[in-house]
Design a binder for this molecule. Sequence first.
Ligand code: NDP
Length: 330
Amino acid sequence: SIQIQLVRRPVGTPSPADFRTVTVDLPELGEDEVRVRNEYVSVDPYMRGRMNDAKSYVQPFGLDETMTGGAVGRVIESRSDTLPVGTAVLHGFGWRNVAQGPAQQFSPLPETGLPLSAFLGAAGMTGLTAYAGLKRVAALREGDVVFISGAAGAVGSIAGQIARKLGASRVLGSAGSAAKVSLLKDRYGYDEAFNYKDAPVRQQLRALTPDGIDVYFDNVGGDHLEAALDRLNTGGRAALCGAISQYNDTGRTPGPDNLANLVTRSLKLEGFIVGQHQDLQPEFAEKMTQWLTEGSVVFDETVVDGIENAVDAFLDMMKGANTGKMLVRP
Ligand code: NDP
């Protein structure tokens, strides 16, 4: 099995030298174990946090250990009655081309007709993040004006479409290139979009929101959060999903300069972790499977070939090289 390991904790932006590729001889399968050939391996922003030796909602990655994380594949060898050869599975063994272990650590995927890769994105963790964040955390209501940052990424591209499904009257998004801005409007159903690199976010968001916003779905933090706090209407809600603009920061990051708006406009900001909302998984799975099958929600993937390129895929994703979900095809 070819695997990618973390060998050094990055300071600031990670570099390829923080990782190494190893080839591991796999032992014969034990009882109730399976061997899985990965078809897609996920690289995600939260992994940057796990590279630090810091207490958080997930354990740090171990040094000289193989990077764990979401992956999908098919069973190629089995000593399990529940997962025969050929079964499509989702698991957390991460950055390797072949994974092996106890059958109960692999979850069989439903037969939906969707491609396996979708279960790492639109129909998987990032899709549920968009759904839970808008529906429960931000309590999106019919007629709300919604602003989503990181709008062309895995979570954001689905969030814009879900916001519409949940009754948003206007959906606005930001992303980091002109091509992404076009996609937001032409493909993901955003009413308005802007490139945050063109001019200050505050200025661009103000120009697009004469009537303010009711909901902000924050993937980015920093300037984006500050700009959204300027524009949130009385009773407005923000779901704080991530702060990718700060993940490589080494010092302390300044807070928004306009937190007083929380008081004067009765705003509610709530951070969340998708894992706390697993109870929404059944309803999400049912709705999303239907939406994707009928084509009323679309999704994109940026696929990098070769497990040995997983580090580059991760680093490129952090810089915005992806549209939709960034995946590695081992
Ligand atoms: P994406 O597919 O959105 O990929 C990351 C994107 O971030 C890049 O494509 C890039 O797009 C954008 N980006 C990078 N640097 C900056 C910056 N300085 N300012 C603005 N945008 C930047 O990743 P995901 O959809 O997987 O994750 C999106 C967010 O959601 C992250 O913050 C992540 O941590 C969070 N998340 C939270 C979860 C939770 O449970 N709370 C679960 C899953 C994700 P661009 O070209 O537009 O700059």
